[in-house]
Design a binder for this molecule. Structure first.
Ligand code: NAD
Length: 339
């Protein structure tokens, strides 16, 4: 079978990473077309992998040497780019968010439904991380019994002043939204946000850290600590508490180390500096499985409905930051969730 010919739209941090992975590590794919608003960047990255540059993202999607598309442009560009892929009937891997508001996200779900097959995959890479996959298997096995609680911790080393409380929800907590839906296999029905005294590293008016609390359809409570100026590194930990057991992961994943030092020794593991280091394996599995599926004209991972649900929960979360209230999440017709 010939290689999947891929166009990558947006080659900043994430798109550049995907181009490199598709060209160097993933089997069965060739990056043929690069598009970015920044032509110089597009040209440099295209040259590094022998691809050509297309200035118009929609021309890239429609190009005869393109079988599938990776979208890593900023969120506001996603809706039209995904719809263009659906119009052409080709598989697309779209980084979160699917769109910037629930109504337009549901429109994408409807458009895919009309197309009659699953073509839109969302870049929720944690589903492909071995630790999350093992936790999902354990939960589904029933060995820890019915799940009652899910505790998530999401800490970043630092973020610029632009990264406000709303972005903490839409850019960071969005991953915990998908993790909760993935692990629990049910929808989130409400969101509440509790705001402790902010760190002195937070700009004026930014609530950092925050505690975000989801309730699910069956009554599971999910707590998310979001702290994006924690100064240490990238710490993503999860604990699932069931009736007969619990599982915790994401802690000291590089191993526990004991080191003798001048002040009497220290104990602990390494903390990865960023998400690329922490989730390198997950990104690899995500891309490989998407390429394998796209060569057969489909996808293999979280879909348009998952993207829509995440946008809807995050919109409620942003409202919950503002109002301090418990904000309900109401999703469109669940008929569409089957894709
Ligand atoms: N899955 C993850 O862990 C993860 C991590 C980081 C970012 N993301 C997502 O990836 C996307 C890109 O984020 P990033 O951090 O790489 O941003 P970035 O700013 O580093 O890169 C975005 C690139 O897109 C280009 N661009 C702008 N408008 C465009 C358009 N209309 N069409 C094509 N290109 C356009 C910009 O010039 C820039 O080069 C975002 O949606 C973000 O939420 C996902």
């Amino acid at each position: 079978m010939s290689d999947l010919r891929v166009a990558v739209l947006g080659v900043g941090m994430m798109g550049g990473f995907h181009v490199e992975a598709l060209s160097q590590r993933v089997r069965g794919a060739t990056v043929t077309v690069i598009n970015d608003f920044d032509r110089a960047r597009a040209t440099a990255i295209a040259a590094s992998v022998g691809a050509r540059v297309e200035d118009d993202p929609f021309a890239a999607i429609g190009a005869p040497d393109v079988d599938a598309v990776v979208i890593a442009s900023p969120g506001p560009a996603h809706e039209k780019q995904v719809l263009a892929c659906l119009d052409r009937g080709i598989p697309v891997l779209c980084e979160k968010p699917l769109t910037t508001d629930p109504d337009t996200a549901l429109e994408v779900v409807r458009a895919e439904h009309r197309a009659g097959r699953r073509l839109v995959q969302l870049g929720f890479m944690r589903r492909f991380d071995p630790e999350y996959a093992a936790a999902k298997e354990l939960i589904d096995s029933g060995d820890i019994g019915r799940v009652l609680l899910l505790h998530c911790t999401h800490r970043n080393m630092a973020n610029g002043p632009h990264f406000d409380s709303a972005m903490m929800i839409t850019d960071s907590v969005v991953h915990e939204v998908d993790v909760a839906r993935f692990l629990l296999g049910e929808e989130i029905t409400s969101v509440q946000v509790i705001k402790p005294t902010p760190t002195s590293a937070a700009p004026d008016g930014v609530f950092d850290p925050m505690m975000v609390i989801f309730r699910t359809e069956s009554g599971v409570i999910v707590t998310v600590e979001i702290f994006v100026r924690a100064q240490i590194g990238y710490e993503v930990r999860t604990e699932v508490v069931g009736e007969r057991g619990s599982t915790m992961f994401g802690l000291d994943q590089h191993g526990v180390t004991k080191i003798v030092s001048g002040d009497g020794g220290r104990w602990g593991g390494a903390v990865p500096p960023g998400f690329v280091e922490r989730f390198a394996t997950a990104y690899h599995h995500e891309l490989q499985r998407w390429v394998d599926a796209a060569r057969d004209g489909g996808i293999d991972g979280p879909g348009a409905w998952d993207g829509y649900a995440a946008v809807a929960v995050c919109a409620a979360g942003v409202q919950a930051v503002r109002t301090g209230e418990v904000v309900p999440v109401t999703l469109g017709s669940s008929e569409l969730s089957r894709g």
